[in-house]
Ligand binder design. Structure first.
Ligand code: FAD
Length: 401
């Protein structure tokens, strides 16, 4: 019995961002026969992996009028995944320009540049072109407005069948509220603006957080600082105190308060006179260009409602997001999400009905609530990336072979 081949339809698709997600989305869309334009506000592909020593004028990222530096990479950064997990599924992270299993960030950028060249993606990218608006236009089409210093027009309006958002989510700092911080006289920065340890020479530094960046940056800073104190949530009591193997590093519970005389008091009762606080406290999702008439909102870092973190039921499949989940193996996930989107747009495979997607999302949110998972962890996959994304995508992968 022969199965019927669906009639495939080519769409005109705008991809916002030429980082790893946008590049693989462009490849999958073109493979599926769609027309693609990739908008990239930077001068080159690679997104996060384009390291720059430049930092923002406001080291905490409060000032909304500051000019944005996209990348959060620090000079010493090596991947936190082994090279075997860093590549797309059919384009291996093979060339060993850096012999280490966890290579430095420059090798990842070169990998993405090679990918863009080998799959001829560069010709699809409009560099130094920022999307300033993407919203529903007439007849269910999407209006995309972009600005470029190379255009003789102020802005350019275009119409697309679909928009895929790949703008990255390590750009807008999240900052904790610390009692007394407004009167505290020391210096502060968010890890987004950390590059090298030199500015911390002989300083007493408190670093807030326990993520991969917090671990890396604390070790980096400890090479030059007088003292490094790490404030972390949920530390086991027997781990508090001086860190084994480090003469100048201490682990504390979270900060309780800070004071006018420069003191930082931790919840474990210890008080330290501190020069600098580095906030390794994560980032906020931000889509300043996106207008969905309330169909998609960001509420306490939950972007939603989204079916499988990709499609808003009310606007699917014409709006989608690649790369929102975190604590994942990013590149293969971007690739699978992109294949799924490309094939749904062409009608090769179908999404469930709007109602079914909404029910699925509700069930997911209820399960998070039942397990006591805070809303801001909605897109944190952790162990779920195996159970939910991989297995949950099983029915999808049937259409992806
Ligand atoms: P990005 O790489 O951020 O790209 C988004 C692109 O969109 C950028 O080029 C930006 O200029 C563009 N853009 C944004 N807004 C607009 C607009 N309005 N108009 C036009 N263009 C726009 N992942 C790993 O796999 N391994 C690691 O070891 C690892 N380490 C990390 C360490 C740090 C410090 C950080 C911050 C992230 C790390 N990641 C790591 C995750 C990393 O973010 C992903 O691997 C991946 O690079 C994200 O790709 P992306 O395309 O989603 O976003």
């Amino acid at each position: 019995m022969s199965s019927a081949v669906p009639l495939l339809t080519a769409r005109h698709v705008a991809v916002i961002g030429a980082g790893a997600a946008g590049l693989v989305a462009a490849r999958e869309l073109r493979r599926e026969g769609h027309g693609v334009v990739v908008f990239e506000r930077g001068e080159q592909v690679g997104g996060t992996w384009v390291y720059t020593p430049e930092v923002e004028s406001d080291p905490l990222g409060w000032d909304p009028s500051r000019s944005i530096v996209h990348s959060s990479l620090y000079d010493s950064l090596r991947t936190n995944l082994p090279r075997e997990c860093m590549g797309f599924r059919d384009y291996r992270f093979g060339k060993r320009r850096d012999s280490r299993r966890f290579p430095g960030h420059r090798e990842v950028l070169m990998y993405l540049q090679d990918f863009a060249l080998d799959f001829e993606i560069l010709e699809l990218v409009r560099f130094e072109t920022e999307v300033v608006f993407a919203g529903l236009g007439e007849g269910g089409k999407w209006r995309v407005t972009s600005k470029s210093p190379h255009s003789d027009r102020d802005s350019v309006d275009e119409i697309y069948d679909a928009v895929i958002v790949c703008n990255g989510h390590y750009v807008q700092p999240r900052l904790p509220h610390i009692p007394g911080i407004n009167a505290w006289p020391g210096k502060q920065m968010h890890s987004h603006n950390y590059r090298t340890p030199e500015p911390f020479q002989d300083q007493v530094v408190v670093l807030i957080g326990s993520s991969a960046s917090a671990v890396d940056i604390s070790r980096d800073v400890a090479t030059v600082a007088k003292e490094v104190h790490i404030a972390a949530r949920s530390v086991e009591e027997d781990k508090l105190g001086q860190m084994p193997g480090h003469e100048n590093m201490w682990l504390h519970s979270m900060i309780d308060s800070v004071h006018e005389d420069g003191t930082v008091v931790f919840q474990d009762g210890i008080a330290v006179r501190v020069d600098f606080i580095i906030h390794c406290t994560g980032y906020k999702y931000d889509f300043p260009f996106l207008e969905t008439n309330g169909e998609v909102t960001v509420d306490d870092n939950r972007v939603g409602p989204l079916y499988k973190h990709v499609f808003p039921p009310g606007l699917a499949p014409w709006l989608s997001f690649v790369g929102l989940p975190w604590k994942v193996v990013p590149f293969p996930m971007f690739e699978l999400q992109s294949k799924w989107i490309a094939r749904i747009l062409s009608n090769r495979i179908a999404l469930p009905s709007k109602e079914e997607m909404a029910e699925d999302i509700e069930a997911f949110y209820s399960s998070l609530e039942a397990s006591g998972t805070p809303k801001r962890y909605t897109h944190n996959m952790g162990i779920l990336q195996v159970l939910d994304v991989c297995l949950g995508l099983c029915h999808i992968t049937v259409g992806l072979q």
